[in-house]
Every structure is written in structure tokens, then in C-alpha cells.
Ligand binder design. Structure first.
Ligand code: ATP
Ligand code: MG
Length: 502
């Protein structure tokens, strides 16, 4: 492979400084792979025989806050880097290391520094990640065209050409040292569109059970990269085939072979599992929550299935599913915000909309439930769901019209805060005593306003409140509850008509 590569001037500067101080310095790891694939490296890794404390003497502003011998060098601390470039990729300088024993299969017992580049390259996970670049002779560094040499001890270039993910050395040993590498193999394979080499793949199947020793956070970070990649469904399929998924989302196994009902009884995606994979694959969004929700939206179907064959039903699968998703994501220690949003998307993915059938108040209720800021994401889940069912059009007239309606009602009142009166008005104008009755009256008023926005005027609301004040608290609560029940019934009626749950 003889490629033209342009190295940023600051990388050349860092290497010049390290060599000037008498150390070796090579560009290594993922960024060599990216450069050879002509894609922009996300960060720059430099390997050296200098020890962290020696590196800090050369780069006193570098940050050394980890156990791996890595000194992080923010661009703004490198000589000659202009302010406009400060937000560029990270530069990380790592002292040569070798693999020391991982007696618990989680962490190396301790970081062992190595003497040579060869040792450092051989502890790396995959051949395509285990190459180095030596930047040649001083004077060429000042020119745009830099001379360089690729150091490739494990045929990484050949594997790049053949699009192969292959472990460095004995795959089984490497996965035994660090079980996370199995997740990483799948991650790189779907990110790069590469195949996992046969021997490496067999070694994953054999060692999958060791994933239980890896912390869930590390597993989750790799899983996120799989889900957000260009080939997320293929990634899940490999996770299932290798049984790695058993250690973090075993629930997905329950969807395999579960037939859909008559709406999708035939066709390519006629099991819940096939439908979930197809929905994930077709998900139009690159947001993690939307990808997760598209993947898991029907995870509650196996538990809610009643009957068999074409006439089976899946009532309430979205609520059962939302509970299951919450459990899964909590187990995987996702941040609270990610959990809440994904659960909300799953819970509401069945929202019903039909032009001429659901009016503005119905749309307002959907917006009230999910929040106006989440509507676009909910629609994306629905698009994924539709495409994953094998129907032709992603955004049918119905969904476009729904968007239009959301726009139309987006300034309407859907929460107590948006009512044109508040508790103080009730106390001052109607002399109602502070207490729970105030809240109950406001709840009833909101229900009425969601039905009919023209009521949201101070005078009208005060008039209505005056009548409501004659009722006692229990009555008011019953009234509010009845309103909610009515809404629920209405929703259920609509839901039953919905073509894919009947
Ligand atoms: P990305 O573009 O996602 O950052 P990357 O290849 O740079 O991909 P990193 O996780 O940043 O991946 O790791 C940098 C390099 O360190 C890898 O290319 C690989 O050589 C090595 N490496 C990282 N994690 C491991 C591991 N668990 N076992 C062996 N080598 C690893
Ligand atoms: Mg990296």
C-alpha cells in the first residue's frame, strides 16, 4: 500500500520534540488504520519509549491521569497550534507497554512498560489496529509531502485490503486475556464493514462466557458503538450468534421465532426478532435513544401475545416493553436521561393518528405525554417500525399530517403552567383557601382546555372554576379521573383499530 498521507503539522511537531529529547516516537493504533483507509482519525496516538514522567518534562501541560501510561496532550499546549485548531482531535502519547496477566480477566494486574515498539504492537487487539508509522527524516517534515514508513508486523495491510478483523497472535489467548476484545471485534467489524476472520470468530464463540467478567460499562460502550454504526442489525445478529448478547440483553432471545399476527404474518419480517432487527437497520436517526428504542420497541410482544396464528394479539405490549427496557438499561448502567427517554419512546410508539379521526385535542394529548421536544424522535421510531415491517413508504401522508398537526398545536396549552390562570388567581379572585382543592380545580380546567383551547382565557376559566369550586375535593378528583378514563377509552378504541395490533 503506497499512499499519500498528510500529517498535521502538530503531530510532526510532537514527534520532533520527542526525538529531540532522544526518544523513539511512532504514530500507532486506530489512527494508522484510519489513515490507511483514507478516513479522518478521531484521535492521534503516538507510542514512545519515553516514560510518562519523562514525557511530562517535555510537555509540562500534558495530563497524566490514568493507569495506562498515557499522557494526553490538548492541542492548545502544543507549540505552534493556532487557536482555531484547538478543538481538533486529541493527541495521546503512550509509553510502550506489554500485556501483563489479567488474572481476573478484567484488568491487567499492572501496567508493564516495554522496551520496544514490537512488544507494544503485539499486545494490541487486531492486526488492523496494530500498525505503526515512522515519520522519516527531519527536512521532509517541513514539507507538505512527508516521507514515512509503515511498520506492519502482523499483515494488517493485507487484512485492511481484504476487509478482515483478525486477532493479533492466538485469538483464543487474546480473548482470554481481555474478554472485552470480543465485543471490540464485532464493533470494528460493523463500523468498518469488515468480516471477522474465521479463526477469530470461532475463538469468540468459544470464549463468549468470559464476557461475564467484564464490567458492564465497558460492554455498554462497545454496544453503543455497534448500535450507532452503519450496520447495527448485523452487529446484533453476530452478538446473538456468538451468544455474547446473553450477558447483557438476554431478553432479545425471547423474540426469536415469535410470529407476528396477520398484519405481518407473511413477508420477510414475520417474527418479532426479524422485525426488531429490520427496524434497527432502517432507523433514520443517529441518536442513541432512538436507535435503542427502534431496536427494543416490541420487546414486550412475546409476553403480551394472546392466541396463535394470524389472529394473535399483542395488547399493551408497549407498556410491558417499556418496563422491560427500563430494566435492561438500568442493568447496563445507562445515564438516567438516556433511560427515561428510551423508555418514553417505547411506551408511546403505538400512538394513534389518522387524519380526520384524531383532532387537535388528540394531538395535544400525544404532545402532552411525550413532550414537544421529543415528537421528532418519536416519529423516527415510528418510521423505523414501519420500514422494519416491510411496508414501502417511510413517511406516509398520515405521519406527515401528524407533524403538521403537532406544529399547529405546538403553542396550545397542554400543561397547568400554560393555563391563563394559576393558583393565586383562584385564591384572590374566588377566595378559595390554599390547599389541595386548588390543584384539583386546575387539573379539571386543564382537561377541559386540552379538549377546547378557546376556553383558555382568564375570564372563562374563572367562570368555570367558580362552578367547580362548588364541588368538594373528592368530586373534583372523580371528575378529573373520569376525564382521564374517557380519554383512555377513546384511545383504546382508536388503538384497537390500529392496523398492526388488532
Ligand atoms: P476509535 O476510532 O473508536 O477510537 P481505536 O482503534 O482508536 O478506535 P481505541 O479504543 O481508541 O480504538 O484504542 C486505541 C488502540 O489501542 C487500538 O487501535 C488498539 O491498538 C489498542 N487497544 C485498545 N483497547 C484494546 C484492548 N482491549 N486490547 C488490546 N488493544 C487495545
Ligand atoms: Mg481511538
Amino acid at each position: 500500500m503506497n499512499k499519500k498521507i498528510e500529517f498535521p503539522y502538530y503531530i510532526k511537531e510532537v514527534i520532533r520534540k520527542l526525538e529531540g529529547a532522544g526518544f523513539e516516537a511512532y504514530v500507532v493504533g486506530g489512527c494508522v488504520r484510519d489513515l490507511l483507509l483514507s478516513s479522518e482519525p478521531k484521535d492521534w496516538d503516538i507510542a514512545t519509549n519515553g516514560k510518562p514522567e519523562e514525557l511530562l518534562k517535555i510537555f509540562p501541560d500534558g495530563k497524566y491521569e490514568n493507569d495506562f501510561g498515557t499522557v494526553m496532550l490538548p492541542l492548545k499546549y502544543i507549540e505552534g497550534v493556532e487557536e482555531k485548531d484547538w478543538n481538533g482531535p486529541n493527541v495521546e502519547i503512550t509509553t510502550y507497554r506489554i500485556e501483563s496477566k489479567y488474572s481476573d480477566k478484567r484488568h491487567p494486574d499492572k501496567v508493564k512498560f516495554a522496551k520496544t515498539l514490537e512488544e507494544d504492537l503485539s499486545r494490541r487487539d487486531f492486526t488492523v489496529n496494530a500498525m505503526a508509522i515512522e515519520i522519516k527524516n527531519q527536512e521532509s517534515r517541513n514539507k507538505k509531502q512527508t516521507n514515512f514508513e509503515i511498520i506492519d508486523l502482523f499483515d494488517g495491510q493485507e487484512d485492511l485490503k481484504n476487509k478482515k478483523i483478525r486477532a493479533v497472535g492466538e485469538a483464543e489467548e487474546r480473548f482470554d486475556e481481555d474478554a472485552l476484545r470480543m465485543m471490540r471485534a464485532i464493533r470494528f467489524s460493523v463500523q468498518l464493514g469488515f468480516k471477522i476472520d474465521k479463526k477469530t470468530f470461532e475463538a469468540i464463540k468459544k470464549n463468549a462466557k468470559n464476557l461475564k467478567y467484564v464490567s458492564i460499562e465497558r460492554i455498554r460502550d462497545e454496544f453503543d458503538k455497534i448500535i450507532l454504526s452503519k450496520n447495527p442489525a448485523q452487529g446484533v445478529e453476530i452478538l446473538v450468534e456468538t451468544k455474547l448478547i446473553d450477558y447483557f440483553i438476554p431478553e432479545i432471545l425471547g423474540t426469536i421465532g415469535v410470529k407476528q399476527n396477520r398484519h405481518h404474518y407473511f413477508g420477510p419480517y414475520n417474527t418479532v426478532y426479524a422485525h426488531l432487527l429490520a427496524s434497527l437497520e432502517k432507523c433514520p436517526s443517529e441518536k442513541l435513544e432512538v436507535r435503542l428504542a427502534s431496536f427494543l420497541h416490541d420487546i414486550g410482544k412475546p409476553k403480551s401475545k394472546r392466541g396463535t396464528g394470524e389472529m394473535a394479539t399483542f395488547y399493551s405490549h408497549e407498556y410491558i416493553g417499556a418496563k422491560m427496557v427500563e430494566k435492561i438499561l438500568e442493568r447496563m448502567k445507562y445515564p438516567r436521561k438516556t433511560i427515561e427517554k428510551t423508555v418514553m419512546l417505547v411506551k408511546n410508539h403505538m400512538f394513534y393518528y389518522n387524519v380526520d379521526e384524531v383532532g387537535e385535542s388528540g394531538v395535544r394529548r400525544v404532545v402532552q405525554k411525550v413532550g414537544v421536544e421529543n415528537i421528532a424522535d418519536l416519529i423516527d421510531v415510528r418510521i423505523a417500525d414501519r420500514l422494519g415491517s416491510g411496508v414501502a413508504k417511510a413517511v406516509p401522508y398520515k405521519l406527515r399530517h401528524f407533524k403538521f398537526m403537532v406544529e399547529k398545536v405546538s403553542h396550545d396549552a397542554i400543561s397547568v403552567k400554560q393555563l391563563k390562570i394559576n393558583g393565586n388567581d383562584l385564591m384572590q379572585d374566588l377566595k378559595i383557601q390554599p390547599g389541595p382543592k386548588i390543584g384539583a380545580i386546575l387539573d379539571v380546567l386543564l382537561a377541559q382546555v386540552i379538549d377546547d383551547q378557546t376556553l383558555n382565557e382568564k375570564e372563562k376559566l374563572l367562570g368555570l372554576a367558580k362552578d367547580l369550586d362548588k364541588k368538594d375535593l373528592a368530586e373534583l378528583r372523580a371528575f378529573a379521573k373520569q376525564k382521564i378514563e374517557e380519554e383512555k377509552k377513546e384511545e383504546e378504541k382508536l388503538m384497537k383499530k390500529k392496523y398492526w395490533v388488532e
